[in-house]
Ligand binder design. Structure first.
Ligand SMILES: C[S@@+](CC[C@H](N)C(=O)[O-])C[C@H]1O[C@@H](n2cnc3c(N)ncnc32)[C@H](O)[C@@H]1O
Ligand code: SF4
Length: 362
């Protein structure tokens, strides 16, 4: 039974130099048609299940104006929701205001995820982001005063010319905000981005690792636990929506470029806004066979620091995970640790998890 739903709002008021997510410049001429098409897509696909998590991501969903957001929430009234719904909306500092926060509250949004990336003015400029530390502090105060406590910010490290001290300063400023969740990503120079076109190079791998360790130590000594490679939370503030992905459970994905997993089919929607508005939603879809399902369960599940529950895995896939040759090999190499009912990546190797996870791809 599907319990999670992702909705993509692709509009952004400015485009960041590093971003290869599915996004387009905000233009009001598109919004009505986009939202109408989103409504048709949801009505075609949604089967009425009670949803436990909804995640409106982007792009920058908060860059819609108040009337556009009201229309979006009207569309979402179609969903049956559980009493303990986790309802996240993604946004940026500039586009959040009191009126929008009130609207979110009225419509049961109870989690906010905000791209801050860094507090350093030079690095912000390099990333083409436009906010000051004072604005971040003020907006977070406004969000808390509007009765939201489940708040995440995103940070990026490994920015060219960034030093360990800069990273420490960013984490100190994050800690000063007293928030329960942090997503922190090493900068990826993605193709098709300004950084890539400008020939930007990744920072030295050793420095990247030192930054990762610094972040890890500062957060763990401040009461945050790392529950996924890039995600840290105070107890009970882990993102239940994202855990759905890592548990390899099914979810709806609606909107431009969104992906979903329904009835053993993984699909990705078109990234062409013209096609999407015309109702040509799907770009590609693939029915998974048993081997691919297991592969996904291992690759996604081992991203979580507590890894995979052996009994749950065996029940769900009717296979003994401990009989898998790759799992056996990795346990022998001490890259995976087996505890009573769990297998997980040895924390020593978590930083290199991609190199471990890639071994599951047949
Ligand atoms: C798609 S954005 C959505 C949030 C919102 N649009 C914003 O940026 O304020 C989600 C997050 O992904 C991360 N991200 C995007 N591109 C990245 C890249 N190339 N390398 C590392 N992190 C990246 C950023 O931390 C960003 O906040
Ligand atoms: S990082 Fe966020 S705001 Fe920047 S271009 Fe990507 S989706 Fe838009």
């Amino acid at each position: 039974m599907i319990k999670a739903c992702y909705i993509h709002i692709p509009f952004c008021s400015s485009i960041c130099s590093y971003c290869d997510f599915c996004k387009v410049y905000y233009h009001d001429k598109w919004i009505t048609d986009y939202l109408n098409s989103l409504e048709r897509e949801i009505k075609n696909i949604y089967q009425g299940e009670e949803l436990d998590t909804i995640y409106i991501g982007g792009g920058t969903p908060t860059c819609l104006n108040i009337d556009e957001l009201k229309r979006l929430f009207e569309i979402l009234k179609i969903f049956n929701i559980s009493d303990h719904l986790e309802f996240t909306i993604e946004g940026n500092i500039e586009s959040i205001d009191k009126e929008k926060l009130e609207l979110f509250k009225t419509n049961k949004v109870n989690r906010l995820s905000i791209g801050v990336e860094t507090f350093n003015p030079n690095h912000l400029k390099f990333l083409n982001r436009n906010h000051t530390t004072q604005e971040v502090t003020d907006k977070i105060k406004l969000i808390k005063n509007s009765d939201f406590d489940n708040i995440n910010i995103d940070l990026i490290y490994a920015i060219p010319n960034q030093t360990i001290d800069d990273v420490k300063k960013d984490i100190e400023l994050f800690l000063s905000l007293d928030l329960p969740h942090l997503s922190v990503y090493s900068l990826i120079i993605e193709e098709h981005t300004k950084l890539y076109i400008d020939g930007t190079k990744n920072i030295d791998e050793d420095l990247d690792y030192k930054m990762y360790k610094t972040i890890n130590e500062m957060l763990s000594s401040s009461g945050y636990h790392q529950y996924e490679i890039s995600n840290y939370a105070k107890d009970n503030y882990e993102s239940r929506h994202n855990i759905t992905y890592w548990n390899n459970d099914e979810y709806y994905g609606f909107g431009l470029g969104a992906s979903g997993y329904i009835g053993n089919i993984r699909y990705t929607n078109t990234r062409s806004i013209d096609n999407y508005i015309k109702g040509n939603y799907i770009y590609e879809s693939e029915k998974l066979n048993e081997i691919e399902k297991l592969e996904n369960a291992l690759i996604l599940g081992l991203r979580k620091t507590k890894g995979i529950s052996i009994s749950e895995f065996n029940n769900k896939y009717h296979k003994d995970i401990l009989n898998d040759e790759i799992v056996k090999g990795l346990i022998k190499e001490e890259k995976l640790i087996k505890e009573v009912d769990n297998i997980y990546i040895n924390p020593k190797y978590l930083y290199l998890s991609n190199e471990i996870l890639i071994r599951f791809i047949k």
